[in-house]
Design a binder for this molecule. Structure first.
Ligand code: NAP
Length: 307
């Protein structure tokens, strides 16, 4: 692809790291509300280096590392982008971790802040606790003194997530609500995060206290959510949803800047670390996608240029 010449307010960037997130796969499958015009470039987040800037660009220099905007299509080697859509990274942020901050840790931060007021000592619950979002929730909650009951589908993750700061880590199974009750000393849990759907979501909902809130933000199990009538009649649960793309679209530029400041500060302190399983050059896109879709991954798959 021939790169366009840069306009006065644009920048030419070279992509340094771009993860494969589940939503990227859903976009490719045509199962996502965002349908890029074809031919299109997938990839909603990533970090890049600025190579050149247009004459009218201020506050950005060649050599700066930046986060790329949502609609750029980050699985590419280079591209031209409006300079005012780039977020400049602080010097002490590791590039790979920074490339993964905008979607998953941002989702964790927003969901912990925007649904139910939490105080130190409170409990929250989540399934898919080993996901990038789940791990960010564990780290952010731990930092705030909020305790987490974490649900996973693989036994080998129990010790690992406890070591990462999860207070309780349990396998997803029939008697989950009773086991959550036992493990949390009968805590009244007012907030749950669901990224699996199907029966797993209902098990979390059963463990909530009356009037509690369950926030669905993912559907990894690809099963519909069937809400038993009794959970509404007798417990009056609140069923909410969250989509970070909508948050970015609706938030003020000040709120977005404030969140990046917070994410960068936390990341600079060594928090919000997302494990990486492997990196691939773009030339090996098929192998990278197959790897990303494999169960039992121990971290994200990233595209990075050949050294
Ligand atoms: N709504 C939003 O704004 C928003 C933002 C960010 C992410 N998300 C969603 O959040 C979810 C997690 O994203 P991520 O990037 O954090 O994930 P990730 O790091 O790629 O990890 C995927 C997770 O899903 C689990 N999983 C996969 N298939 C499953 C199944 N059939 N049943 C139960 N668990 C299953 C995996 O379990 P194992 O560890 O056992 O393999 C793993 O923990 C995705 O659905 C994603 O689309 C939504």
């Amino acid at each position: 692809v021939a790169l366009p010449t840069i306009g006065p307010r644009q920048a030419l960037v070279r992509v340094l790291a771009a993860p494969i997130n589940p939503a990227d796969l859903n976009v490719i499958e045509g199962k996502y509300p965002i349908r890029p015009a074809l031919p299109g470039v997938p990839g909603v987040e990533g970090a890049a280096e600025v190579l050149e800037i247009g004459d009218e660009v201020r506050g950005l220099e060649p050599g700066a590392r930046v986060l790329l905007p949502h609609d750029f299509g980050t699985w590419r080697e280079a591209g031209v982008v409006a300079a005012d859509q780039l977020v400049v990274l602080l010097a002490d942020l590791p590039t790979e971790q920074a490339a993964m901050l905008k979607i998953n840790p941002a989702t964790a931060l927003r969901m912990l802040r925007d649904f139910v007021p939490l105080a130190p000592g409170d409990w929250i619950m989540q399934n898919a606790a080993n996901s990038a979002v789940g791990r960010a929730i564990i780290q952010l909650a731990h930092e705030a003194g909020v305790r987490t009951a974490n649900v996973v589908r693989r036994e080998e993750l129990i010790g690992e997530l406890r070591a990462a700061g999860g207070d309780v880590v349990l396998l997803d199974d029939q008697d989950l609500p009773e086991r959550i009750k036992d493990a949390t000393g009968g805590a009244k849990i007012r907030l749950a995060f669901n990224a699996v759907g199907g029966e797993s979501a209902v098990r979390l909902a059963n463990a909530l206290t009356s009037g509690g809130t369950i926030v669905t933000y993912g559907a990894m199990g690809r099963q519909p959510l069937r809400v038993p009538n009794g959970l509404l009649i007798f417990k009056d649960l609140i069923w909410r949803g969250f989509w970070v793309s909508r948050w970015y679209r609706e938030a003020s530029s000040g709120a977005v800047a404030e969140m990046f400041r917070e994410l960068f500060t936390l990341s600079g302190r060594g928090l919000l670390r997302t494990p990486i399983e492997a990196t691939y050059p773009l030339q090996e896109v098929g192998a990278a996608l197959a790897h990303a879709a494999r169960p039992g991954r121990r971290g994200k798959i990233l595209f990075e240029p050949n050294p």
